[in-house]
Design a protein around this ligand. Structure first.
Ligand SMILES: [Zn+2]
Length: 267
């Protein structure tokens, strides 16, 4: 009779002191994703969804050691942003996709978001914040859809700075992951630097235009420098024959651009 009891004690102690199990993470993520998907306007176009999931799966396949079920969505928001939810849910806003010029920019951005999941950054934050309404807050912070009439009250459920953003260490780690995953998938990791340049140019032109993106993904010179250093350390032989762009990406982008205007409230 003694053994089961000590096992239960161990299990309980483990739960109290440590990060949740993958199963718990997946359950939590599914519940966040359900909240987010109910609140956010998601692009329903089958071609767009097929492409983002095909690209996402090709990156997740080389990134994930836990066999998660991955889901990739395009949010019908002009806001420039991307975000991830624990358990394998990645969202890229239409506003960001429309600013990309090549496949490698989208792929490294998705690799960065996949990195937040594989490195369990949100799960670490979740522990600190008790997780009240995190899904809703996440959705609000990231797209401003909550400034639309009728959903404002939901913002308060999340009680403030639950998702004020990842730490610089987490961001740097996700950048390293995004670079590594793109490389493993045969995609040019320098797309990440191009993405930074696109965002910086946009910030220069419209200083308030990227609040949501920079709130969750601070972009300073040091971050860009670090990413450049990581790429510079990749052996030259591995940097040969990588994909920068494809006709399929350009068709995908054209399709996204041709969709009806994003709904009001999502900017
Ligand atoms: Zn990030």
């Amino acid at each position: 009779m003694r053994r089961p009891i000590s096992l239960i004690l161990l299990f309980t102690a483990g739960l109290a002191g440590c990060i949740a199990s993958t199963q718990e993470e997946v359950q939590l993520g599914a519940s966040y994703a359900a909240q987010i998907n109910a609140k956010l306007p998601l692009v329903q176009d089958p071609e767009v969804n097929a492409y983002i999931n095909r690209l996402g799966d090709s990156l997740a396949k080389v990134a994930d050691t836990r066999n998660l079920q991955w889901h990739f969505y395009v949010v019908d928001s002009k806001e420039v942003n991307a975000f991830a939810v624990p358990g394998g849910y990645v969202y890229v806003n239409r506003g960001l996709i429309e600013r990309f010029t090549k496949l490698d920019e989208l792929a490294t951005t998705m690799g960065h978001e996949i990195g937040h999941v594989t490195q369990r950054h949100t799960m670490k934050q979740q522990q600190k914040s008790q997780g009240i309404g995190i899904g809703t807050t996440l959705a609000c912070v990231l797209t401003r859809v909550c400034s639309a009439p009728g959903v404002g009250d939901l913002v308060n459920v999340g009680a403030g700075a639950v998702m004020a953003g990842f730490s610089r260490e987490d961001e740097a780690e996700s950048d390293r992951m995004g670079i590594a995953f793109a490389l493993r998938a045969g995609i040019d990791p320098r797309g990440m630097i191009n993405t930074f340049e696109i965002l910086l140019a946009e910030r220069k032109a419209k200083p308030d235009g990227l609040d949501a993106m920079f709130m969750t993904h601070p972009l300073e010179e040091s971050r860009i420098q670090q990413a450049k250093e990581v790429i510079a350390q990749i052996p030259a032989a591995q940097m040969v024959g990588l994909t920068e762009d494809t006709p399929a990406f350009q068709r995908f982008k054209a399709k996204v651009k041709s969709l009806p205007p994003s709904p009001a409230g999502s900017r």
